[in-house]
Write a protein that binds this ligand. Structure first.
Ligand code: ATP
Length: 679
């Protein structure tokens, strides 16, 4: 499958060995990928191209992969894409000599700025032939656009986009109007189209990041085998390479570190060269929701497991290297300077929170035992009542400033509840059992009341005892329990995975659907009565990662205070767009349309009574595959809180919504119509 047959002709005559990868070559591959929905073909195109890069210009492998996954750098670098529509439209207009009015009219008709750019560019007569774009040049240009800040940054962003666009599609320049028929060929391999989509943050090729990872592993194995023996590798070899790269990437999610190491040492030596390291945050292990303690007992029957309190705060990954161990790590990412070492705190999605929690970093040394030289800790930061000496509700934590906090100004104190350790004294320990990791955690730290505690737990498989633990956890202001496999290989730490070896039991959701949902705000309706100056209700969606669309799942107008509605209005109003994005899957019936649409940016946690089928929404419509086009929707949805720690594509997945729907008791019977509060 990784060996698409070549036609015999050199597909990229302009690409000479050792020379920068032409961007046009990558765009040709993008358009081939765009033309199919077959996962194996997509993966084969991807690996074929990466093999070519390895053969001709291996030094461009990193920028090529970055352009393929639509990311300029690893998540922890905090480089945001998602440039607003109005800015992009201005840049397209200015660079192609078309008025903003025409660009807007085109966008109204086509609904895809990438295609608008392709069309504008193809109709533009060019006086001189620009220098063709290269992959590394485009990446550099995009990086400049994404990172410019401060005074006049808007203008400089527009200038950056214009520069790229005027060099785009050089091969066709000077040939007069190609008049791309957008409806026929989706803009083909137009460089302008892919540049704009990259800036918007979605290439929409159906090329998932996981597919690129697999494509990269295959390309590497084939390339190495060809070089050694001029033969193709066996399927087992391909699978082995794939498994290695997947494991390494889950522990060290940074192509910037992995790709150069892989080129230097080969994929089969990657595990020894690239292990989890302080300074590079990994995606945390996640839990599956459950609806009852008996469901937990069924799952873990015959196994040793443990029930930990589920603290309600913010997930944090603390990285630390002592001063005398720093030379072992390229720890430039560890910024907090302790007396005895370097440290950093990262969020659940790898955002650097060091500036939010300087108070934690300042105290770190007092919790560490003297033999502790380096660690990566998985924990929850929770607001702490210094007087009553107890956990405070999550809402208190939210009142803390997010940036540039000074340790001495902190009013909401936090206590760190540690529940796992992934790296200890120079060694990755994710493969050890939870029991062993827990022992090491206790060896490495000492508790300090109100500052640092180990998560409370009980090791029991008795239903009554678990029920008591659950009640006690709720009395201690926790959300419920996290039940985890304790021994054997099933209890290893599985980075970035929602695993069946961790189950969450949330008190509030028992006998309901088991969990709340985190949904993306796509649209809003103006309020009525007292709420006329703000939005009174909203259209929410879940995320379907297999086709990169946001699928509508409910309207919501309950759970908001007046103050919250005002705050949400202030935040959202700057992110309105004139029409839904082409990757929104929603009802097209006129009465279902919201008054305004938004860029997909904001994620909210929402509680629901249950899930039902509705013709008005699209969540999981494909997976239900009853051909009706109906989706799943939330009944009696209620707003709980904003999820600032989640990006839009980390919202609850459509598959999870379908799973929750199907696990409901009585599915198949009529659950009554979907109820949209306030409608
Ligand atoms: P998800 O993506 O699973 O919905 P979430 O961030 O919305 O994650 P929850 O579903 O509420 O969170 O549950 C998992 C979260 O609970 C963890 O991400 C972590 O922040 C928190 N947590 C609190 N106590 C523990 C614990 N003892 N072990 C693991 N996680 C814990």
């Amino acid at each position: 499958q990784s060996t698409l047959k070549s036609s015999g002709k050199d597909p990229y005559p302009d690409w000479k060995p050792g020379e920068p990868v032409p961007y046009a070559a990558l765009c040709t591959t993008f358009s081939l990928i765009e033309m199919t929905t077959k996962r194996l073909i997509i993966s084969a195109h991807c690996s074929l191209f990466l093999r070519q890069v390895l053969r001709l210009t291996p030094q461009d492998l990193l920028p090529t992969v970055q352009l393929m996954i639509n990311k300029l750098a690893a998540d922890y670098a905090g480089i945001e894409l998602g440039i607003g529509e109005s800015l992009i439209m201005k840049a397209i207009g200015e660079s192609t000599g078309r008025s903003l009015q025409i660009i807007k009219a085109d966008q109204n008709e086509i609904g895809d700025l990438g295609l608008v750019a392709a069309k504008s560019r193809s109709n533009q007569p060019t006086m001189f032939k620009p220098k063709p774009l290269t992959v590394r040049g485009v990446l550099e240009g995009l990086m400049g656009i994404a990172t410019v800040s401060g005074d006049g940054s808007q203008g400089r962003k527009i200038a950056g986009i214009k520069k790229l666009l005027s060099a785009a599609d050089a091969a066709h320049a000077g040939k007069g109007s190609r008049g791309i028929d957008i409806t026929k060929d989706k803009g083909g391999a137009s460089e302008a189209k892919f540049i704009i989509r990259f800036l918007e943050g979605k290439l929409r090729l159906g090329l998932a990041e996981k597919t690129v990872l697999v494509g990269l592993a295959h390309a590497m194995v084939i390339h190495e085998t060809e070089q050694e023996s001029n033969k193709l590798p066996s399927t087992e070899k391909l699978a082995e390479g794939e498994a290695i790269l997947k494991t390494v990437y889950s522990e060290l999610p940074s192509y910037e570190v992995i790709i150069p190491a892989m080129i230097e040492h080969g994929i089969f030596h990657l595990r020894e060269k690239c292990r989890l390291q302080p300074g590079v945050p990994l995606k945390p292990m996640l839990a599956k929701p459950t609806k009852s303690i008996t469901e937990v007992l069924d799952r873990f029957e015959g196994k040793n497991f443990t029930c930990e309190y589920k603290y309600d705060g913010e997930r944090a990954q603390i990285h630390y290297v002592a001063e005398d161990s720093q030379q072992q790590y390229p720890s430039s990412l560890l910024k907090g300077k302790e007396a005895k070492g370097l440290s950093a705190i990262f969020s659940r999605n790898s955002e650097d929170l060091s500036k939010k929690y300087p108070d934690i970093l300042a105290k770190l040394n007092t919790w560490i035992k003297s033999e502790t030289k380096s660690f990566v800790l998985d924990c929850e930061t929770v607001a702490w009542d210094l007087v009553e000496k107890k956990v405070l509700p999550f809402q208190q934590l939210m009142t803390r400033k997010r940036k540039d906090v000074k340790a001495e100004d902190v009013t909401v104190k936090v206590c760190v509840f540690a529940f796992d350790m992934l790296f200890y004294n120079g060694e990755s320990i994710v493969q050890k059992s939870l029991r062993e990791r827990r022992e090491l955690l206790r060896e490495a730290f000492s508790e300090v009341e109100g500052e640092f505690s180990f998560a409370q737990y009980g090791n029991t498989s008795d239903l009554e005892e678990i029920q008591t633990l659950l009640d006690e956890s709720v009395k201690a202001s926790c959300e419920g329990l996290m039940v985890k496999m304790l021994d054997t290989d099933e209890s290893g730490y599985e980075p970035s995975k929602r695993s069946r070896n961790w189950l969450k039991v949330k008190k509030d959701y028992l006998s309901g659907i088991g969990d709340s949902l985190d949904l993306v705000v796509l649209g809003a309706y103006y309020g009525k009565g007292k709420r006329t100056s703000v939005y009174g209700a909203f259209l929410l969606a879940c995320y379907n990662s297999s086709n990169e669309t946001y699928e509508t799942v409910c309207n919501i107008g309950t759970g908001f205070s007046e103050a919250i509605l005002e705050d949400l209005h202030t935040k959202l109003k700057d992110h309105t767009i004139d029409r839904p994005k082409p990757f929104y899957s929603h009802s097209t019936v006129p009465k279902d349309q919201p008054d305004v649409w938004f860029e997909p940016r904001f994620v909210w946690e929402v509680k629901t009574a249950d899930l039902t089928i509705s013709p008005r929404y699209k969540a999981g419509a494909d997976a239900l595959s009853d051909g009706s086009g109906k989706g799943i929707s939330l009944r009696f949805p209620r707003f709980i809180k904003e999820r600032e720690d989640k990006k839009a594509d980390e919202a609850t997945g459509s598959r999870m919504v379908v799973e929750m729907y199907q696990k409901q008791e009585g599915v198949g019977k009529n659950k009554g119509p979907s109820v949209d509060d306030d409608f």
